[in-house]
Write a new protein. Structure first.
Length: 247
């Protein structure tokens, strides 16, 4: 009987703590309702720093509030590691969110340029076929693959829906055969014109672009490493291998 009462008390304490946390999160959302009307709040959760809550906005920005939401700051939170270095806790949280976003996208919709031989690392690249630096990166795709790095292309037409890049990328992604997709990607990045996609095609291009926006992509190319780190811009093959600690 005593053991049962102890277990019941522990469960009650846990439920009360969970309820208190939910109440605080609701208070914060209510206090920030004006902000939420402009930029929707995606998530409210306890921050790594005691007494603060981390608020993630739909825009991808992060802010930190007190327990009532009456005060907040915008920016990154850092922790001093045991070795004296600085750890960006805000960016680490975003890394996890990016990996979840990528996992929510259909893996079969990525255009994959496989590593030569043993795969040592994989990189997801949000790309635009008309982007100069995307084309520059693609010229090194063989060198990247030769280093054991798999490249997984995801669509991000910067000019948006209905743009020439969007329509060209529809033509690529509407092909069912993976090898044909790769060949068309290479042609498009050489500036060659492609046949128009069928109107009946259910293209994943805009859905992938939406994933990119949620992940914080604002330009192309944008590389997402295996730990979720977002690397904006062109990265030479040798430098990419260094970043992935393959050297």
């Amino acid at each position: 009987m005593r053991k049962f009462l102890m277990m019941a008390a522990a469960l009650f304490a846990f439920a009360a703590t969970a309820q208190a946390a939910e109440d605080k999160e609701a208070d914060i959302r209510n206090a920030l309702r004006g902000l939420n009307a402009m930029v929707p709040i995606v998530d409210v959760a306890p921050a790594a720093f005691p007494g603060l809550y981390q608020v993630t906005l739909k825009s991808g920005e992060t802010l930190y509030t007190n327990e009532t939401g009456s005060h907040f700051v915008v920016g990154d939170m850092f922790m001093v590691s045991e070795t004296g270095g600085l750890v960006n806790l805000t960016e680490k949280a975003k890394n996890s969110e990016r990996l979840e976003l990528l996992a929510s996208s259909d893996a079969s919709d990525a255009i994959v340029f496989a590593a030569d031989g043993e795969k040592k690392a994989s990189v997801s690249v949000f790309t635009d076929v008309d982007c100069f630096y995307c084309r520059k990166l693609h010229k090194e795709i063989a060198d990247i693959n030769a280093l054991g790095i798999e490249v997984r292309y995801l669509a991000f037409p910067r000019a948006g829906a209905g743009s020439p890049a969007h329509l060209t990328m529809d033509s690529i992604w509407c092909e069912e055969d993976p090898e044909t997709r790769k060949a068309l990607m290479t042609k498009a990045k050489k500036g060659e014109s492609l046949p128009q996609a069928s109107s009946s095609c259910d293209s994943p291009v805009l859905a992938q672009m939406n994933v990119g926006r949620k992940a914080g992509v604002t330009g192309t190319p944008a590389l997402v490493l295996e730990d979720g780190t977002l690397v904006p811009g062109y990265v030479p093959a040798a430098r990419l291998a260094e970043m992935l600690q393959l050297n």
